[in-house]
Every structure is written in C-alpha cells, then in structure tokens.
Design a protein around this ligand. Sequence first.
Ligand code: R5P
Length: 295
Amino acid sequence: MTRKILYSMPGQAALSESLLSLTDWQAGDMILRQFPDGESYLRVLDDVQGRDVAILCQLHQPDSRVLPLLLLADTLRDLGAQRVGLVAPYLAYMRQDKRFNQGEGISSHYFARLISQHMDWLLTVDPHLHRIHQLDEVYSIPARSLTAVQPIADWIRQHVPKPLVIGPDSESEQWAARVADAAACPWEVLQKQRFGDRDVDVSLPHVENYLDRTPILVDDIISTGKTMIQAARHLINAGMTNPVCIAVHGIFAQGALADMQNNGLRVVTSNSIADDSNQIDLAPLLSDALMLFPD
Ligand code: R5P
C-alpha cells in the first residue's frame, strides 16, 4: 500500500513526530528557506506523483505562514499529488465572522475561501465557532473539526483534586459544560450584570458552595490574556484560590503568557500551538482522525 506523506511546516516538530509515530503516514522531505529578498524558496524532495499528502501547519500569526503554506500546496499538486490536505490544529481567522463596523471585511469567509481553493480537505481542533456554526458554512472542502474536550478533562482529572470548571464569559459556556461533564465535576459561568455604562458587576453564582474547590478557567483561546486575568481577579475577590487557566489554543499575543504568569496564574494549553505552556497532547486525537480522514 502506498503510504501517505505528511509535510510539516516549521515550528511543530514535536507534534509532527508524534503524529508520524502514531499513524501510517510517512515524513515528507522538503527544503523551505527564504531568498535574501524575503520570498520563499521551496523544493519537494519526494516523488509525490499520485500520492495522498497533507501539510501540518500551525496558523497562529498566520499572515507570514499562509503564503509558504499555499506555495507548498500548489507545488505538491503541480508535482502530481493526488490530494493535498491541511492539518491545522489551530485554525486562524475565525473571529472576524461578521461586519462589526461599516467598511470592514468578513475575513473568516475570505480566509476559508482562500484555503478551500488550495487544499482538498482540512482537519482542525476546536475552531472558534460563534456566528459560524459549522465549518462547512464557509469552507467548500471536506472540513473536520475535532474537540479537545476529552484531553482537557483527562488533564484536569490527573492534576487537580477538587476542581470547579468555570467559563470566564457566556461565550465559554459551551466549553465549561462539556469539559466539566467529561471530568465529572461541577461547573459555572461568570455572570455579568450591567448597572450602567461603566458599572458592571461580575460574579460567580453559588460561590459559597465552591470555596474548597480549585477553580479552573476554561476557554478556547487565550490571546491577550485579558479575559482570563479579569476572570481570575473576580474569583480571587470572591474568596477563591488562584485559578488554573486552561485554553485549547494559546496564541499569547503581546507577551500575554508572561502577563498571566506575573499575575500568579498557572496556564495550561494544548500543543495546537507549540509553547512552554503545552501540557495537553493533541497527537492521539489528531492521529486517530488522520487514520480515517478524509476517506
Ligand atoms: C472570545 O471570543 C474567545 O473565546 C476568547 O475568550 C478570547 O479570544 C480571549 O481573548 P483575550 O485573551 O484577548 O482576552
């Protein structure tokens, strides 16, 4: 049987090695470097004629990563690859999913169109689905979205004795409920009550029942870290201990991880984006899916 080939874009060597060891995919060999003027040079060193290939690519800070990705996809197709898939554990450009202000573009839609034009399929983990409910509303290729709920719950069960899962805002309720269910522990969502333009009270319902528990804030993304830092302050003011902050995707813009750690927070993320805070391994989840998808 012809084995499938997985090409890894720079920065995700550990995840790539795990995926190769857990699946029947073979490692693709290529040269990717920058010309002195900043353009990308690419050379594929395998015979990909008629082969199924995939590209593993982390897509945080996507603007500099996407062009080499698309160039590689087009090169592979040009060299005769049968299908070219994208494994993007973190899927970028999911948050600008509507025109918030006049004159803005809806970049989620445009990005999905761009990727769909160059790839034959997409595999990702917990994309930020808010106003877009399913990836196939915007992606025209087979697009499968996995969830890190179970690996997060497993981490909680192994590391935190009496957890209380907390969603930092109403949007995170979907995470909190499912993670808590899988970890067999209680959950709550911080409630915002607005009394005026600048007068907002944030509270944890039933806090008196939970003072002996370790609070665990769970969200899909940490970007600036402000959502987590503010939520943590409310919990500490309510008498709880310092929370553990868990996110599927640690984007950590503008030194956010250091900010959070300086605020006394323990930060735990999955390896969808390689980082020192990675403690939740997505390789088993992705490799199971890669054995079956997209066939
Ligand atoms: C919001 O829609 C997301 O679920 C996260 O809550 C948000 O992206 C976190 O952003 P930040 O870390 O910048 O507060």
